[in-house]
Design a protein around this ligand. Sequence first.
Ligand code: NAP
Length: 256
Amino acid sequence: MGYEISLTGRTVLIIGASSGLGKRFAKACVTAGARVALAARRTDRLEALVQEITAAGGTAAAVAMDVLDEASVKAAFDAAEANLGPIDTVIANAGISRAGPVVDLPIEAFDATVAVNLRGAFLTAREAGKRMIAGGSRDTGRGRVVLIASIAAQVPLSGLVAYCASKAGVQMMGRALAREWVTKGVNVNMICPGYIETEINAEWFQSEGGKRQVQSFPRKRLMHESDLDAMVLYLCSDASRAITGSVFNIDDGQVG
Ligand code: NAP
């Protein structure tokens, strides 16, 4: 007897789909049957991914979104819905990291990290919830918001003070949103991934320090993007109807 998670009939908006994890989530959602709207600032990359998905028989649209800009977030939802119809599922995945010793960290780096990772996730989730509730999620119970936090929300990481603070904020914000929307049919859940090599950290993991860090992990390896697929699809699907306000660490035992 098998069990398959289906996103057939869902329309998923993925923010930060121009690279790394977001690109992977987009492909996984399409494979599970969803229509996908791909959002980020680098629209040339989004258009290339739309081409790839449509050539393989999927349905996708690219929309420009800068999560620093409230009007851009709203406009991106408008464009996505104009192309694909109402959005019932959102993966808030845009993120940046500004690493360095805190005594040398410019306030601009702290502000930028919090603005993209926390404020950006707030603007995204607020727009998502507003539209899902107005669209009748209270009756269908099908609204889904997945916030991509990090193990940095759980453990203090030296050199990543701003990033840790922003991701811890995302985690608690999501729990509070879940509480606020629990009777409105919008489930909000958080995934805290361990280290996966993408553009956000490639330079570090190709350095000697990064290679030493990988050797310090119990399994002496980085994770693969595909390690998040099943959890993302589950949290986006009807199967997760009873899960809201939950935080899922997927870290290959990297932080214990
Ligand atoms: P990535 O390849 O650098 O992707 C980051 C994405 O965020 C890009 O698509 C980027 O798109 C988007 N983004 C950045 N600023 C944005 C803005 N102002 N408006 C809209 N989109 C913006 O890194 P990644 O590893 O896939 O990161 C994805 C998420 O996973 C992040 O939230 C990150 O913190 C989290 N995470 C990653 C790891 C890891 O080890 N890789 C671990 C835990 C958590 P544009 O530049 O085109 O706008």
